[in-house]
Design a protein around this ligand. Structure first.
Ligand SMILES: O=C(O)[C@@H](CO)OP(=O)(O)O
Length: 229
């Protein structure tokens, strides 16, 4: 039986200022650093020995992983970073204040943009300022694979190949895995491993910096789920 831990990054500067973030590479806030360190303390108390870490190519998740692993004395474990664990791309909403956007377009529209499974946000064009197409960390990708905006469905469709190719084989080998990622990339993974419906996933939220510990059997069925702290 393998253990799988999800941690959404600690509070970011844009979580604090209530801005749509997506692929914008904002840092952790002071509170976010505290949350990440606290996650490490909670994991240490659980006594989990990790074999492999996975994270995105965004600073807030990478730093959360490192603060947490340092607190539990496991900063040395192998880690892999992938764009496939990035936050969902929020398109042209990135950078906008969520409350101001709700005043302009209405609460319902903003709720649909944030939580509907298959509604896309307004898209960014490749030539728009802030497009990820110009960012060196995505230069190895086919330009058509660099999104201009994603819903949860599209996010799931790019997270799951990585799960199947890399993470699932580790777990089947009995390795304990920690994934430090983002609210929506982790909601996508949660939907997949817990087989949550398209409607019910709208109500699932991930708290910043809170480790979620799964025990999985050899077929990767969930045997238990425990939110720490
Ligand atoms: O702005 C974002 O990128 C995400 C996570 O902070 O927000 P939401 O919870 O609205 O999907």
């Amino acid at each position: 039986m393998a253990k799988l831990v999800f941690i959404r990054h600690g509070q970011s500067e844009w979580n604090l200022s209530n801005q749509f973030t997506g692929w914008v590479d904002v840092d952790l806030s002071e509170e976010g650093v505290k949350q990440a360190k606290n996650a490490g303390k909670l994991l240490k108390a659980e006594g989990i020995e990790f074999d492999q870490a996975y994270t995105s190519v965004l600073t807030r998740a990478i730093k959360t992983l490192h603060y947490a692993l340092e607190e539990c004395g496991q900063l040395w474990i192998p880690e892999t970073k992938t764009w496939r664990l990035n936050e969902r791309h929020y398109g042209a909403l990135q950078g906008l204040n969520k409350a101001e956007t709700a005043e302009k377009y209405g609460d319902e529209q903003v709720h649909i943009w944030r939580r509907s499974y298959d509604t896309l946000p307004p898209l960014l064009k490749e030539t728009d300022e802030g497009s990820a197409a110009k960012d060196r960390r995505y230069s190895h990708l086919d330009p058509r694979a660099v999104p201009g905006g994603e819903n949860l469905k599209v996010t799931l469709e790019r997270v799951i190949p990585f799960w199947e190719d890399q993470i699932a084989p580790d777990l089947i080998d009995g390795k304990n895995v920690i994934i430090a990622a983002h609210g929506n990339s982790l909601r996508a993974l949660t939907k997949y491993i817990e087989d949550i419906s398209d409607d019910d996933i709208m109500n699932l939220e991930m708290a910043t910096g809170q480790p979620v510990v799964y025990d999985l059997d050899e077929h990767l069925n969930v045997k238990s789920k425990n939110k720490l702290g």
